[in-house]
Design a protein around this ligand. Structure first.
Ligand code: GLU
Length: 305
């Protein structure tokens, strides 16, 4: 008995060591990632709220006169845009980027109203003015630029695959032929996986968390979307889910806003640029997304189009 116990401890130690040295790709879900709020977790930065901001931006003026800024985000993406259903507290990389920008526009945390907007209704919510800006794993592309404006990019993701831990047949995009693959209405990875060359049976749902639930319930074989999102689910379900393959699309994340509000767009570009330079961005990354197993990489350059 004693021997068995020692062996078990040795194995556990080995497993932990292996995790600590593990590569950055696909390692989430294998590891015991530090959780936000844990004592050893990197700390979030604080944001200085700018005073007397004046901008000739219709969106900004509206927000200023109502005394709060309305920001669209996701609520079901751990480490990115997540809302704790019990406390209603929002957390994650995109949430912090959104707060950092709000502070530069002169809005403190208690002057922010977050609104959950899923992928399929982003353009509508932005162009109808239901949100002042949107931070939620939102890929910048030409089609969307016809409908909304984008500041950024502030991060670059790529589509990948999430499978159950015991899955051995699906190892990457080459092996999804005939498999049930879930993705999200209105998202770019859904458009990609629907291409006939993949030969996948595609299941389209509105929320990421619904796809993940179907994967856990064995109703689908894989979920495809950005690696950043999938690693978060893998880290939340250690022993159950894993990310496989190599990223097979490019997903540069932008902050979405009214297409014609160029002044706001420039103000947000400046905010991103300033805080990438002064290290705030990196601190945010390490205290959020970094915890789900993605190593820090320098963000892409801001693209003023
Ligand atoms: N980045 C991709 C997109 O904007 C997928 C993630 C999402 O749906 O938000 O479509």
């Amino acid at each position: 008995m004693k021997l068995r116990k020692t062996a078990a401890v040795a194995i556990a130690v080995l497993a932990l060591t292996a995790t600590a040295c593990g590569g950055k790709e696909g390692s989430a879900g294998d590891d015991q990632s530090a959780q936000p709020g844990q004592s050893n977790a990197p700390k979030l930065p604080t944001y200085t709220v700018a005073k007397d901001v004046s901008l000739d931006s219709p969106t900004f003026k509206k927000a200023q006169s109502r005394g709060k800024i309305i920001i669209g985000s996701k609520a079901d993406q751990p480490y990115l845009g997540f809302e704790d259903q019990a406390t209603k507290k929002r957390s994650g990389f995109d949430i912090e980027i959104a707060k950092m920008i709000a502070a530069d526009l002169g809005f403190s945390e208690n002057q922010i109203e977050f609104k959950t907007v899923d992928s399929g209704v982003r353009e509508t919510a932005i162009s109808k003015g239901q949100v002042d800006y949107y931070v939620g794993t939102y890929t910048i592309n030409d089609k969307r630029k016809q409908l909304v404006g984008f500041a950024g990019p502030y991060y670059k993701a790529g589509a990948d695959l999430l499978v159950r831990k015991d899955e051995s047949a699906i190892t990457g995009k080459e092996s999804v032929k005939g498999k049930k693959v879930c993705s999200i209405v209105g998202s770019t990875p859904l458009q990609e996986i629907k291409k006939p060359e993949y030969g996948a049976q595609v299941v389209e749902l509105a929320k990421y968390s619904d796809c993940v639930q179907q994967l856990l319930n064995k109703q689908v074989d894989a979920v495809t979307t950005d690696d950043s999102i999938l690693k978060g689910y893998a880290a939340q379900n250690p022993g159950k889910l894993k990310v496989v393959g190599k990223p097979f699309t490019e997903e540069p994340y932008g902050v979405g806003m009214n297409k014609d509000d160029k002044v706001l767009r420039e103000a947000i570009n400046k905010s991103l640029e300033t805080h990438i330079k002064d290290g705030t961005y990196k601190k945010i990354y390490e205290a959020t997304l970094g915890l789900s197993g993605s190593a820090y990489v320098e963000p892409p350059a801001i693209n003023r189009y």
